[in-house]
Design a protein. Structure first.
Length: 251
């Protein structure tokens, strides 16, 4: 893991929940979709940007040609799936699979296609936000994740992930407002789901930054009692350096 004060950003949301049969995946992946290739300008110029690789197609108005391409894609999906929501979930699944394979550009494109099919899908914004966060684009990540929160404001896991990115911004700029926002988000996350161990672990980090080490230990113990897997060993070492574990469990 990275430096303890940069919260590891792991987004494995509900990949299994979208699992499709392999044969179905192989057939429907051919729906008017080709694996995108980065478009480049002549060698003397910087690489051109293909909007397919930008979250939500870069937020740019679609040209007439692009709109025509979009309509052809949607028509193909309408013929192949029962609903556009079903089609959107299919492309969300493929996006996560590509991301797990390290193909973030292709993952972004698949999330964009899922968004064309259903712009009310929380998981599209969540996935694109995850990719932006992994690339260190904290402002973009927050913008995308908050679009998801607008749809599901009490989603405990999503609230905790937005708090993670806010904590990353605090690490970069030492802006106390980001720390306060992280605290508020995590409080809401825990209120929404008191069994969300990850939210407790992230709240421990907030208290660490506030130099409230007893509270940091309290929330770390609560979090690890629910899920040991989310514990950052680097963070644990720094917390121990500031104050030994009052319960003596970690040394």
């Amino acid at each position: 893991m990275k430096n303890l004060l940069i919260i590891p950003f792991v987004m494995l949301i509900a990949v299994g929940a979208y699992a499709q049969k392999k044969g179905k995946k192989e057939n429907k992946e051919n729906i008017n979709v080709s694996t995108p290739t980065t478009l480049r300008s002549p060698k003397s110029e910087a690489p051109a940007v293909d909007l397919k690789f930008l979250p939500l197609f870069g937020g740019q108005p679609r040209s007439a040609a692009q709109q025509q391409e979009d309509q052809a894609f949607l028509a193909d999906c309408d013929r192949s799936f029962s609903t556009r929501e079903e089609a959107s979930k299919f492309f969300e699944t493929r996006a996560w699979e590509y991301l797990q394979e390290g193909k973030s550009d292709t993952a972004i494109y698949r999330f964009n296609l899922a968004w064309l099919l259903n712009n009310k899908s929380v998981n599209v914004y969540w996935g694109l936000g995850a990719i932006a966060a992994e690339k260190g684009k904290n402002d973009n990540a927050i913008e995308l994740l908050e679009k998801g929160l607008a749809l599901e404001p009490n989603n405990s896991a999503l609230l905790a992930d937005v708090a993670s990115v806010r904590l990353n911004k605090y690490k970069v700029k030492s802006d106390k407002k980001e720390l306060k926002t992280s605290f508020d988000l995590l409080q809401k996350s825990i209120q929404a789901d008191s069994t969300n161990g990850g939210a407790y672990l992230k709240m421990s980090v907030v208290y660490f930054h506030q130099e409230e080490y007893d509270k940091a230990w309290e929330y770390l113990h609560k979090g690890t009692a629910m899920q040991i897997g989310g514990l950052d060993i680097g963070y644990l070492a720094e917390l121990i350096a500031k104050k030994p574990d009052p319960q003596g469990k970690f040394k």
